[in-house]
Ligand binder design. Structure first.
Ligand code: FE2
Ligand code: FE2
Length: 258
């Protein structure tokens, strides 16, 4: 799935540049997003090394690499950071990532950290350019110990990283979740095992409670819109996961009543 314009107004766009195909990455398919405001762009979770050429090709249809002002990494995983060294060479962008991952990123072949900004645990406003402001919000332990979300107040889109991520089978390919109940089967196991616990979910829901969210854009799988946004948040708020379910011997209860 390529180049889906999720939101568009006169001078502002939120674009799903590329959802990688399984062949491009040996691992899970991932989404790379571009927020464009006038001539300035911000890239969200640019992806692994294998998807970099395709994401760049799609990006060039919108702007040049020199117009990328910032790159936000929701967390430290290789499906997000693997291609970053090349993006740093192509662009002059600053990179925003949770402060707790700063010392680990050089292991991705990144020679200098001088363009990196460690986002504090409480998050921070990100003023990209005059009139182009994003909010970096904490979403820790969902699943990464230092995860940040990005809220775009113009499009009312919340980029959630791995929250809401779906593992679609190879023969399923749809861009948007409209009916949450039929989508649930593709997110349930992932969230039970990869999300760290319901306490973290509750803290996150409180963090985002005041935001006007029309769309949730995750790093994997289709984008939530309409009633599916509220349906997902309600389901997630009640989910037991990770530490709620773990027991000796590496066993996880499938459900609270098991
Ligand atoms: Fe992850
Ligand atoms: Fe991920």
């Amino acid at each position: 799935m390529r180049n889906i314009v999720v939101f568009e107004s006169e001078n502002h766009k939120f674009i799903l540049l590329n959802e990688s195909e399984p062949g491009e990455e040996d691992g899970i398919r991932s989404n790379q997003y571009l927020i464009l405001h006038g001539d300035d762009g911000v890239l969200l979770d640019p992806g692994g090394f294998g998807v970099m050429p395709r994401a760049l090709a799609e990006l060039l249809g919108h702007i040049g690499p020199d117009q990328i002002r910032g790159i936000v990494l929701s967390h430290q995983d290789p499906d997000i950071v693997g291609g970053l060294a090349t993006w740093l060479e192509l662009t002059g962008a600053s990179v925003y990532v949770s402060r707790i991952w700063m010392r680990f990123l050089p292991h991705y072949g990144i020679k200098s950290m001088h363009r990196f900004i460690g986002v504090p645990d409480e998050g921070m406003p990100y003023r990209v350019a005059p009139g182009f402001e994003l909010q970096l919000l904490p979403a820790h332990f969902l699943h990464s110990e230092g995860q940040i979300n990005v809220y775009d107040p113009v499009s009312k889109i919340l980029f959630t990283g791995d929250i809401g991520a779906a593992m679609l089978p190879l023969d399923e390919d749809y861009a948007y979740v409209d009916d949450f109940s039929s989508h649930l089967r593709y997110i349930e196991d992932f969230h039970r095992r990869y999300m760290c616990g319901n306490r973290a979910i509750r803290a996150w829901l409180e963090t985002i409670a005041e935001l006007d969210i029309e769309i949730i854009a995750p790093q994997h799988g289709p984008i939530y819109r309409g009633a599916a946004v509220g349906d997902f948040l309600k389901w997630f708020g009640e989910l037991e996961c990770g530490l709620d379910l773990i027991s000796a011997g590496g066993k996880f209860r499938a459900r609270s009543d098991d």
